[in-house]
Ligand binder design. Structure first.
Ligand code: NDP
Length: 477
């Protein structure tokens, strides 16, 4: 049994839930405690009590602790990567890569602790100085999804602590192991009691209690649009700061002048790696008519060669879907696409492997238009569709015709079209001749429209959310 971390102690929950390996349903990783609302209150109270000392303590100690977290994560990347792949289903190399990213994020924010700066500007009133500084917010509630079970907790926890806030985190119930392991590492790094708390369990219980707690100054959330909107509404009621990272329906435009190999690589990676379970996945492939047939043929050939198997099996390129409900959602959208008149060019079959798991062939729809539900709603699985367009102008229009705006991409040899697309794509992140997924750990992450709400995550931009600005005046007398 793995417990919650509250006020520096590992405590049992009101009950517990098994964490099951989606590659092998007979493999129970462990049983994880489920907190109740009373335990959320205890965690918030502990964080509130720890805040005065933590937020005024020596910055070198904070930087050293975050660096120690990075060091331990990196030293254990193989073991933690395997744990991650076991609970989430992404391949072992993807799991190890995600763990390394978590370490790099802690390393980056260890540096940010001592790189914090302010501004000193002249007042329009002679003889008066104005300084602008950043201060922590207090207790921050973090709510994270299952698809990046260590990287997303890391990119919220590291800046929250770096900027001297205290944290209560609730990871997704179906993949708590990586966040739990991270909590152990943070505790071992010497973070004082109450500064960092982990409460596992259901969103409807633990998440709700955290969002509605009057002593939680801010909530950072990643997950679905529906839950995000609900959280934003609840935070607005009590004027708490909120940051939401939600879904995507990311377009990858392929123009006639694209390098075919590059375009196919981008589509294969963007649409199907990590089983398509990335908010930055390329789910709409917007392809110009001159290259359309060659692109579809080459992509299908690559999809057929993709090895779908147990996440931990050597050579696996795509692991299983995360759980039964996500698999049901994927299968539902395969039916929706067929019913809407899209042609299933290839894939979408359930697969049996040596171990019982949620295996699904990657699927590609062709002959689709942008009004179809499969092109408007986030599927969050290994399913992509091709939308044929006449020219660049139509491609841009289709790419932007979506309720989302997280990332977008274009494959082209034309500097003119690449530059125009970067400027006019209504997305937070734009890629040229690169997959729509895959953003460095030190640059801003986030989108527009229905994809994001509030300020950006990661890199130096994280300070916008995790601090509040103070304007100070001095009259030297
Ligand atoms: P959710 O938005 O429901 O879950 C995200 C997190 O929010 C989880 O920790 C969840 O807890 C928690 N949560 C759920 N309800 C509440 C609530 N009322 N108050 C506070 N917290 C809550 O997404 P799902 O995991 O259910 O996935 C559903 C769909 O969301 C996917 O199919 C996909 O389309 C999208 N999604 C997008 C992600 C992204 O990166 N943008 C990531 C994951 C999902 P718990 O699940 O433990 O109950």
């Amino acid at each position: 049994m793995q417990n919650n971390l509250i006020a520096g102690a590992w405590v049992e929950g009101s009950d517990s839930v098994d964490n099951i390996n989606p590659s092998d349903l007979d493999d129970v990783i462990d049983s994880y405690a489920r907190a109740d609302a009373a335990q959320v209150n205890e965690a918030v109270a502990a964080a509130k009590a720890a805040f005065p000392a933590w937020s005024t303590g020596p910055i070198q100690a904070r930087a050293t602790m975050l660096a120690a977290v990075a060091t331990e994560i990196m030293a254990r990347k193989e073991e933690l990567g395997e744990l991650l792949s076991r609970e989430e289903g992404k391949t072992r190399p993807e799991g190890i890569g995600e763990v390394m990213r978590a370490a790099q994020i802690f390393d980056f924010f260890a540096g940010e602790v001592v790189r914090q700066s302010g501004e000193k500007i002249a007042s329009v009133r002679p003889g008066i100085d104005v300084d602008i500084t950043r201060e922590p917010l207090g207790v921050i509630g973090l709510i994270t999804p299952w698809n990046f079970p260590i990287a997303i907790p890391a990119w919220k926890i590291a800046p929250a602590l770096a900027f001297a806030n205290c944290v209560v985190i609730k990871p997704a119930e179906i993949a708590p192991a990586s966040a739990h392991a991270l909590a152990g590492i943070i505790q071992r790094a010497g973070v004082p009691e109450g500064v960092f708390n982990l409460v596992m369990g259901k969103g409807s219980v633990v998440g709700e209690a955290l969002v509605n707690h009057p002593d939680v100054a801010a909530i950072s959330f990643t997950g679905s649009v529906e839950t995000g909107k609900r959280i934003a509404a609840n935070c607005a009621q009590r004027l708490a700061k909120v940051q939401l990272e939600m879904g995507g329906k990311n377009p990858l435009v392929v123009l006639d002048d694209a390098d075919l190999g590059t375009a196919v690589d981008c589509a294969l990676n963007g649409a199907f790696f990590s089983t398509g379970q990335r908010c930055t996945a390329s789910s709409r492939l917007v392809v110009q008519k001159g290259i359309h047939n060659a692109f579809v043929d080459a992509l299908v050939e690559r999809m057929q060669a993709l090895k779908v198997d147990n996440a931990l099996t050597e050579g696996t390129q795509m692991g299983p879907v995360v759980d039964q409900s996500q698999l049901d959602q994927d299968l539902k959208y395969l039916d929706v696409g067929r019913d809407e008149g899209a042609k299933l060019a290839w894939g979408g079959e359930r697969l049996n492997r040596a171990t019982q798991g949620f295996y699904l062939q990657p699927a590609l729809f062709t002959e689709t238009d942008n009004a179809m539900r499969i092109n408007r709603e986030e599927i969050f699985g290994p399913i992509a569709s091709v939308i044929a367009v006449d020219d660049y102008e139509q491609a841009l229009e289709v790419a932007n015709d979506t309720a989302f705006g997280l990332s977008s991409g274009i494959c082209t040899g034309s500097l003119k079209h690449a530059s125009h697309f970067k400027r006019h794509s209504q997305a937070g992140m734009v890629m040229v001749n690169l997959p729509t997924a895959g953003v460095d750990y030190h640059v801003p992450f986030g989108g527009r429209k229905g994809s994001s709400y509030g300020s950006r995550e990661q890199g130096r931009y994280a300070a916008e959310f995790y601090t509040t600005v103070k304007t100070g005046y001095t009259l030297p007398v």
